[in-house]
Design a protein around this ligand. Structure first.
Ligand code: TYD
Length: 209
């Protein structure tokens, strides 16, 4: 069994967080030899912390695009030191999984929506480790927006409806633009239906073999 790198992506409020926990639990139960490193970007490392500071302060979604592009990329470089170590482990019977909440697809989608060109982003991301499989949980931004509003009054930098509409389109375009294993999942379905859809695709792609 080869080690597997799985990524979940989508606009804010698409339900990634719930699904990643479900996938984690599923893999953990599936085989006692499975070891899973479940992680996220931005991280809480030094660059990830700088990103979060900017996200807290900025109100305009288009501001600080260049700075954010650099910080997300540096954060990823640091994160990959851990991910690559796990992915290169050969420990007999043990199956290693890296499960990541957001990866470079978020940079392509968000920073493009901020106005940076695909080619420029691609130049900075193209040499990073490719996931074995990526799920983009697709959801109508209005629905995502209303889900995010539950219990919250203030909105984060990127949580503006117009920005999210464009963001969704940029996420969907990635399937054809990047030459890799990307699957679009309908996030408007119930949590268990979305999960079943993801597990079905993981099985079809021999991720558990
Ligand atoms: P998010 O997943 O919301 O982090 P958390 O839930 O831990 O606060 O990520 C923060 C924001 O950063 C989110 O709006 C998406 C955005 N983002 C980018 O713009 N580019 C990137 O490369 C990444 C990884 C995230």
């Amino acid at each position: 069994m080869k080690n597997k790198f799985i990524v979940l992506e989508g606009i804010d409020g698409c339900g990634k967080g719930t699904q990643i926990k479900k996938i984690h639990n599923f893999i953990f139960e599936l085989d006692k030899r499975n070891e899973i490193f479940t992680t996220r970007e931005p991280t809480y490392g030094k660059y990830g912390k700088q990103v979060r500071e900017i996200l807290k302060k900025d109100k305009c979604p288009l501001k600080n695009s260049e700075l954010l592009l650099k910080l997300y990329t540096k954060d990823r470089k640091e994160h990959l030191e851990i991910i690559e170590k796990i992915m290169s482990r050969k420990t007999g019977d043990i199956n290693h999984f890296v499960l990541c909440d957001r990866y470079y697809h978020s940079t392509y989608a968000y920073q493009q929506t901020q106005g940076i060109s695909f080619d420029r982003i691609h130049e900075m991301q193209k040499n990073f480790l490719k996931p074995d499989i990526t799920f983009i949980i697709d959801l109508n931004p209005e629905l995502a927006y209303s889900r995010m509003s539950d219990g919250r009054t203030s909105k984060e930098k990127f949580e503006k409806l117009e920005f999210m509409e464009e963001l969704r389109k940029n996420f969907l375009k990635l399937k054809n633009k990047l030459n890799e294993n990307i699957h679009i999942i309908d996030g408007s379905k119930s949590k268990s239906e979305v999960f079943e859809q993801i597990i079905k695709v993981l099985k079809e792609n021999s991720i558990f073999l």
